[in-house]
Design a protein around this ligand. Structure first.
Ligand code: ATP
Length: 609
């Protein structure tokens, strides 16, 4: 009985007429209602287009949901990139804040200066947890407030412009890629293989005193000179056993979300906490010999490392077969020779298991060769980034305690190291936890009545008094110990900026804080230890003796019995080291290219080069 609109069936004229009328009425009704009343928005006549319109609207809604999803994805990628970039060093933190801002919960715990923290702890003294919490909370709020101010403007900008956000993401992904170079793949052109130049090291060391013989070297980096100049111008497991070491049950650190879904990985490891072996020879008081080192020693081709002044090779004593290291220092002028002599004199005064020992010394034309105790374990930070050995806070305690012991001894001997940094802490071997402090090239004898000023060092490890060109003393080394400890437990460099000037400004402003994420699994004791070293006022910093009495460095075996979470610092340090290596290679390649250019322009050819 159905009919098509406008068609009249033959079977029943009456009903057909009726149907036609109904159709006609429906048509008129459609016309009356028109668009906006459910009519067709395209042709204004049919309901077919209305369905099309609804379908289009559904599609648009789906697309808009898709866009929302994409935006969220972009934000997620950005967040994870933030994490990666953060890991390449604290220096990026500032830049990240500008692009995406810190986490809304607060970027971390800014530490106020000065720190009214206890400066002396006895063995039995415990930290006041309440005090620590209050301190942390108030600072976190401050950090959150500071961060929130920056985040609002920038995150909004990124959200509103997905393409721009994408571009930012790609740009930053590129930056991360270049920063996170695998150190292994770089080893051929890395420090050990070819170019020993260190990028951040600042020129020739120099000491000035208030005496008439006051000297000032102008070869420090421009950034430091500028700052020092302006400051001068103004006023500016099972229980441990002695044979088996500290046993730890290691729990891998996972993020909160993943922790809820997967159980933490647990393994056991034993930390060898026996004191390091002394050098394989008795302490010697060495005088420079004016003969060839190779008469007495075979100096091998292998380069163990290098610095500003030369290279360190493996070597063997001809008569005894004793394995040693030969540090060949280029002494092109009197000042460099004086510095090499200073290194010999300082090392002659130091006899301690945590301090590298001097065996012999030779002088030749434009060269001084120091024959040193050989330490085969490589640099501490290189060892730490080895993934096969997860790093826990107990590991860090064992390392830091030994550095403190070395420093304590040096300070008792009135010697300032003044160049303590990760490269200058070597592991005795690849498996043990024993370390030795090396490189006394910048070390100085401390004379209480003499104001000692220096303008050398590596920016991120410099104490404010060095940047200020104020007098230095024992607390100057303690500041640097604070920086090294901060790096060990968090993997971040507390003052590192985008360039040397920014780094030095951060140091001057004592601008550091406990990054919430990097310090997630770091104990309150460790934070207290660091907070009592990174203090502007020298007198406020813990001495080496006080550090050794600090609760963080005591009862280590007891602490090891409890679960020990793998620190995140291992991953972050890996990025830091990769960046450092990349910087070194960049400098080496730039220098090589410059030489190539000069060579091809013929300017050196005319000089017979
Ligand atoms: P810098 O530029 O840091 O002052 P430098 O020229 O004074 O460097 P050192 O720091 O003494 O040289 O040594 C450079 C590197 O050589 C060290 O970081 C280390 O890797 C390696 N090295 C130095 N001494 C030894 C040693 N006794 N045994 C093994 N490796 C060593």
């Amino acid at each position: 009985m159905g009919s098509e609109r406008g068609q009249v069936p033959n079977t029943s004229t009456g009903s057909a007429a009726l149907e036609a009328k109904i159709d006609s009425l429906a048509y008129k009704l459609e016309l009356l209602l028109g668009p906006g009343h459910g009519g067709c928005p395209v042709c204004l006549t049919c309901s077919v287009h209305l369905h099309q319109h609804e379908a289009t609207q559904r599609q648009l809604a789906a697309q808009s949901r898709l866009l929302d999803k994409l935006e969220r994805k972009i934000e997620e990628i950005q967040k994870s990139l933030d994490g990666m970039v953060k890991g390449t060093g604290a220096g990026q933190r500032d830049r990240e804040r500008v692009v995406t801002g810190p986490k809304p919960t607060g970027g971390g715990t800014k530490v106020d200066q000065p720190q009214p923290q206890p400066v002396s702890h006895t063995h039995s003294e415990a930290l006041d947890p309440k005090q620590a919490t209050v301190h942390t909370k108030s600072n976190r709020q401050e950090g959150a407030a500071r961060g929130a101010h920056v985040i609002s403007g920038n995150s909004e900008k990124v959200k509103g412009q997905p393409m721009q956000a994408m571009l930012e993401v790609f740009k930053r992904a590129e930056a991360v890629q270049s920063a996170a170079v695998d150190p292994k793949s770089q080893s051929v052109i890395g420090r050990k293989a070819a170019e020993p130049q260190k990028p951040c090291r600042l020129a020739v060391p120099m000491v000035t005193t208030e005496s008439p013989s006051l000297r000032h070297v102008s070869s420090c980096p421009e950034s430091l000179q500028r700052l020092q100049g302006s400051v001068r111008g103004s006023t500016l497991g099972p229980g441990p056993g002695p044979e088996c070491g500290i046993q730890i049950r290691v729990v891998s650190a996972t993020s909160d979300t993943s922790r809820s879904t997967s159980s933490p990985q647990i393994c056991h490891k034993v930390i060898d906490d026996v004191p390091p072996q002394p050098a394989p020879f008795l302490h010697r008081s060495v005088s420079l010999r004016y003969s060839s080192a190779s008469d007495t020693f075979i100096i091998h081709q292998d380069v163990l490392g290098g610095g500003r002044f030369g290279k360190v090779h493996g070597c063997t004593e001809r008569s005894s077969g004793l394995r040693l290291a030969a540090k060949i220092i280029n002494t092109r002028n009197g000042k460099e020779k004086e510095m090499a002599l200073n290194e010999v004199q300082v090392m002659n005064q130091l006899s301690h298991a945590n301090i590298l020992q001097l065996y012999d010394a030779f002088e030749a034309t434009n060269q001084v060769v120091l024959i040193l105790e050989y330490v085969e374990g490589g640099e501490l930070f290189d060892r730490i980034v080895d993934e096969s050995a997860p790093l826990t806070e107990v590991d860090a305690m064992v390392f830091v305690k030994q550095i403190c012991e070395g420093l304590h001894y040096m300070h008792q001997m009135y010697v300032l190291h003044l160049d303590l940094k990760p490269e200058n802490i070597l592991c005795v071997n690849r498996t043990s936890h024993q370390v030795k402090i090396i490189d006394f090239g910048l070390a100085r004898r401390y004379r209480p009545r003499e104001k000692l000023r220096v303008n050398f060092g590596t920016p991120e490890f410099l104490a404010p008094e060095v940047v200020n060109f104020d007098s230095v003393s024992f607390p100057t080394d303690m500041w640097t110990l604070g920086v090294v400890t901060y790096m060990l437990v968090s993997g971040m460099s507390p003052f590192l900026g985008d360039d040397d000037t920014q780094t030095l400004n951060n140091v001057l402003a004592v601008n550091w804080y406990f990054d919430e994420e990097a310090f997630e699994h770091v104990s309150a004791e460790a934070r207290d230890f660091i907070a009592n070293l990174l203090i502007r006022e020298r007198g406020g910093r813990l001495s080496a003796a006080q550090c050794l009495r600090h609760p963080w460095l005591n009862n280590i075996s007891e602490k090891a019995k409890h679960n020990n979470i793998v620190l995140k610092s291992q991953v972050l340090l890996k990025k830091y080291m990769a960046k450092r290596l990349w910087k070194k290679n960049y400098i080496a390649i730039t220098a090589a290219n410059r030489l190539k250019k000069i060579g091809s322009s013929g300017s050196l050819t005319s000089l017979g080069v």
